[in-house]
Design a protein. Structure first.
Length: 165
């Protein structure tokens, strides 16, 4: 483990879609990955798993025993990243297994019932503006992704309509 590493995260993907989150950064709303800064004494893999649990379930103080259980139960096959940030790549099947393992270990503040599927994770999540990732989403795995201007206008119209109700 290099002392230059500052963080780590997990990617969940099927090669076509990737799990992401909507996050406020520097006053701007943007889609981001799952992960964050390493705590002192953590390995990169521990950081990635801790950050994943914190962001998926909006919890603090994830036990090191639970993190290590996930690392054992979800062996990683692909690792990528940069000199300062490590990314552990998992499948959607791995995410499903993580949800199942977490069912008895994590009490989330943003799910009325623990999510057991990707659909539950996305659609049964209660919006919490204070959560690090208030909304989860699936986005295409693509370079240079941008939004069509007409689609952006449609979203603006939808927001205006919603605000008038």
């Amino acid at each position: 483990m290099s002392e230059k590493k500052i963080g780590a995260g997990c990617i969940f993907t099927d090669g076509k879609l990737i799990l992401a989150g909507l996050q406020y950064k520097q006053g701007q709303l943007m889609i981001s990955g799952i992960g964050g800064k390493r705590n002192e004494g953590e390995t990169d893999h521990e950081t990635a798993m801790r950050e994943t649990i914190e962001e998926l379930f909006n919890v603090d103080n994830v036990s090191k025993d639970f993190i290590n259980l996930l690392i054992v139960e979800l062996p990683v096959t692909k690792i990528c990243g940069t000199y300062t940030y490590t990314i552990y790549v998992y499948s959607f099947d791995d995410l499903q297994k993580l949800l199942s393992i977490a069912q008895t270990k994590i009490k989330s503040t943003i799910y009325e019932t623990h999510p057991l599927s990707i659909s539950d994770l996305l659609f049964k999540r209660e919006y919490n503006s204070q959560a690090e990732l208030p909304i989860l989403c699936l986005v295409p795995v693509s370079q240079n992704l941008s939004f069509d201007s007409y689609f952006v206008e449609d979203i603006d119209r939808l927001l205006k309509m919603i605000n008038q109700i």
